[in-house]
Ligand binder design. Structure first.
Ligand SMILES: Cc1cc2nc3c(=O)[nH]c(=O)nc-3n(C[C@H](O)[C@H](O)[C@H](O)COP(=O)(O)O)c2cc1C
Length: 367
């Protein structure tokens, strides 16, 4: 058991699986990472030994900007489960190309094979060209989330009920009984992400976990307060995961210099192409609060605004900021790194023990 393994109320850690080529920053800077299976299996073993509880795989059906090669998320997640013993792997699923009956069946089998370590991240889609290039209809922003809402309810129903019947606008089931049901009870965890009103409303009503892009503590707090208030009205409980691109170095100057280098070497055309597609998706949310709606060029160099969370500095600075995130209601930090294996190791050795120490100190303080 890793010394960094979380107690029940401890903040949890996930890392982004680099199953897509080019790393997590759209920059020509050297990134010691790789999208291959061999690299990823080693990374998964390193992460579980370092105290990471989850790994999140990504789904892309096509490139369009950088990210030229993309391994499929469910099959890749399964390979990572085979290489590990405790790590939970969250496979990204895109409603549209995937039907909930296929996902429920496939993931129930993987749950058995992995002894209860699979989870899903239902992504609602932001990349129009991806959908049109595989002949999938491209729904309006809020319609995509209405479909995801039905998708999640359908999967949960199939996983937990016999004779499941569902009459939605997107999916229909008639007395369907999945057998065997998943090992995990009540069912494998269902993550779902975004920032827009529609994404938050799904978090407040159907998902187990809400993933959001990197952001400042103030902006994250208002999102979390909004979701928790709505979830309480719905008698629903949801946990919160936040993206962060972590640059931990022995000195703050070194860490800041790495960020400057990443941005200075940004692959300008690829960032612009990604930004164009992403902003269109962000603007498409009627209230204009979607992911990337307010992202600057620098923010977009990291796919999910991970610099904004500011986990950039010394291990102590980063641990203090993580504990500050916990104080506003964050349950999990989803971390990306420049040089994955070596930085995951450093994070496990230098940052995570400090986080656990600070958590114990806070618990010891009188309420
Ligand atoms: C942590 C996280 C992981 C995501 N992973 C993927 C992914 O693998 N594939 C994908 O197409 N979209 C992914 N997304 C995109 C979201 O599902 C969603 O489509 C996007 O954030 C648009 O959000 P909006 O409604 O706030 O505009 C991810 C988003 C977040 C926050």
């Amino acid at each position: 058991m890793s010394q960094n393994a979380p107690a029940a109320d401890d903040i949890k850690f996930a890392y982004w699986v680099p199953n897509v080529s080019g790393g997590l920053v759209v920059s020509k800077i050297e990134q010691r990472t790789d999208w291959s299976l061999e690299y990823n299996q080693k990374l998964a073993r390193t992460a579980e030994a370092a105290g990471f509880e989850y790994a999140l795989s990504q789904i892309r059906f096509t490139a369009g900007y950088g990210a030229q090669y993309q391994h499929e998320s469910v099959s890749f997640s399964q390979a990572l489960l085979h290489a590990t013993e405790k790590l939970k792997v969250i496979a990204a699923i895109l409603p549209g190309p995937w039907h909930p009956a296929v996902v429920a069946k496939q993931l129930a089998t993987i749950d058995h094979i992995s002894n209860g370590r699979i989870a899903i991240n239902v992504v609602s889609g932001w990349f129009k060209d991806e959908f049109t290039s595989i002949g999938e209809p491209w729904l309006e922003h809020d319609e995509r989330y209405r479909r995801s809402n039905e998708f999640i309810r359908a999967i949960r129903g199939i996983w937990t009920e016999d004779d499941f019947t569902f009459k939605g606008d997107f999916y229909r089931f008639n007395n369907y009984t999945l057998s065997p049901k998943p090992v995990q009870k009540p069912h494998p965890e269902i993550f779902q992400g975004g920032s827009s009103r529609a994404a938050r409303d799904n978090a407040a009503s159907v998902s187990d976990w809400y993933f959001t892009n990197g952001n400042t503590v103030d902006n994250l707090k208002s999102q979390i307060d909004d979701i928790r208030a709505k979830a309480a009205q719905n008698n629903h409980s949801v946990r919160i995961g936040v993206n962060a691109f972590v640059i931990a170095r022995d000195t703050e100057e070194e860490a800041r210099a790495v960020l400057d280098d990443i941005v200075r070497h940004a692959h300008v055309e690829a960032v612009q192409a990604f930004g164009h597609a992403a902003k269109e998706a962000g603007k498409a949310s009627p209230e204009g609060e979607g992911n990337w709606a307010k992202s600057t060029f620098e923010d977009l160099v990291q796919y999910n605004d991970g610099f904004r969370t500011n986990l950039i500095g010394t291990p102590l600075q980063i641990a203090q900021r993580i504990v500050a995130l916990k104080a506003i209601g964050v349950d999990l930090v989803l971390a990306g790194f420049l040089h994955f294996i070596e930085e995951v190791e450093y994070f496990g050795k230098k940052v995570l023990p400090l986080v656990r120490e600070l958590e114990r100190e806070r618990e010891a303080q009188p309420a």
